[in-house]
Design a protein around this ligand. Sequence first.
Ligand code: CAO
Length: 415
Amino acid sequence: MSKALDGVRILDFTHVQSGPTCTQLLAWMGADVVKVERVGSGDITRGQLRDIPDVDSLYFTMLNHNKRSITIDTKNPNGKAVLEALVKRCDVLVENFAPGVLDRMGLTWERIQSLNPRMIVASVKGFGPGPYEDCKVYENVAQCAGGSASTTGFDDGPPLVTGAQIGDSGTGLHLALGIVAALYQRITTGRGQQVLAAMQDGVLNLCRVKLRDQQRLDRLHVMEEYPQFPNGSFGEAVPRAGNASGGGQPGWILKCKGWETDPNAYIYFITQAPVWEDICKVIGEEGWITDPDYATPKARLPRLMQIFARIEEWTKTKTKFEAMDILNKHDIPCGPILSMKEIANEPSLRKTGTVVEVDHPTRGKYLTVGNPIKMSDSPTEVTRSPLLGEHTEEILVELGYTKDQVATLRAEGAI
Ligand code: CAO
């Protein structure tokens, strides 16, 4: 079956996490992704957080499926010639080097355009133009600068980073969308363009509701769905909201049976207004259906913590899965706190290809997260990540190099 991005050639000059997530998605959608790596060492993540000696780490393998690998020393003139041959042949160059690196390699936007005016150059950077544009950035820096850390955690604790890689993988996702849009625009303009996704911008985009709340706070000086209401105090900036829901339907994380020993025996419980009557019946508080102190969402706001404490008395008598079964029958929105172990073993996620088992020649079998985007006419088959330089010769031959020329390049360390 054909794939959405069949025929699209990606020069993947990415490393670590943010850029590789983007090009992995494009590969899953059918693009031919050629990953350019340093001779001898490759992407630094090949050797980071290793769980098996001398074997590509899960960090690397889980971000580089369905790609081909070529090694090039881009600081060697003949290596640079190979890189430029790839620029001429490809549709998109994706990179996430520190600011200025591509220019120092001689691959300025002007040079790339002169080599291939149809080339789309897509970059992840830590910051967009401004005071921090020259800074190197990793995940947690972006979470802090994008508004996530100041709004995550509990009121009486420090700012917190989240386990979701919203700075790296989140920005990779944003960049992938920019790339496919640029490919679409190129159909009519015939021209390439530069696509920039800054990690600070990507995180802020995902924290949009908190900028909404900042403006509500500026105007009203109070936000009734926040746990600081009614007994705590609000300062000038959006406070950390604990486990409060970011939307109009109050929610909180509640203990379930076994919480004393299982750190994940919890459920997220949402007191959605349309099912308030059912919630009251399930927990045995039928009086709250008509009691004016509880009957309306507005009346409940100052009592949310007390209400959740009462609901928790009920959830503590059920496992999170028993509670889910009961609550779902009443259409009460809720979600179990699933551990990574539970997710890894969840049969339905295996069935949909969201969690996939992959075989690797030196590592053996391992689990990875498959394509979260499911397309009916462009199915994803996850194939293993390439070994370092596994496709160097194959790609050079495609570029028109003879086997003798490849041997010469190898001998001089250019590839
Ligand atoms: N051959 C020869 N040299 C190569 C090469 C190759 N194939 N590939 C890269 N290099 C060189 C570059 O030319 C550069 O050299 P110079 O600094 O001399 O010009 C050098 O490798 C290092 O590039 P870098 O500065 O990007 O790498 P770093 O490890 O020092 O920094 C990071 C890493 C992630 C902080 C930085 O790349 C960055 O800020 N990227 C943008 C933001 C980003 O994507 N961050 C998320 C990373 S995922 O957590």
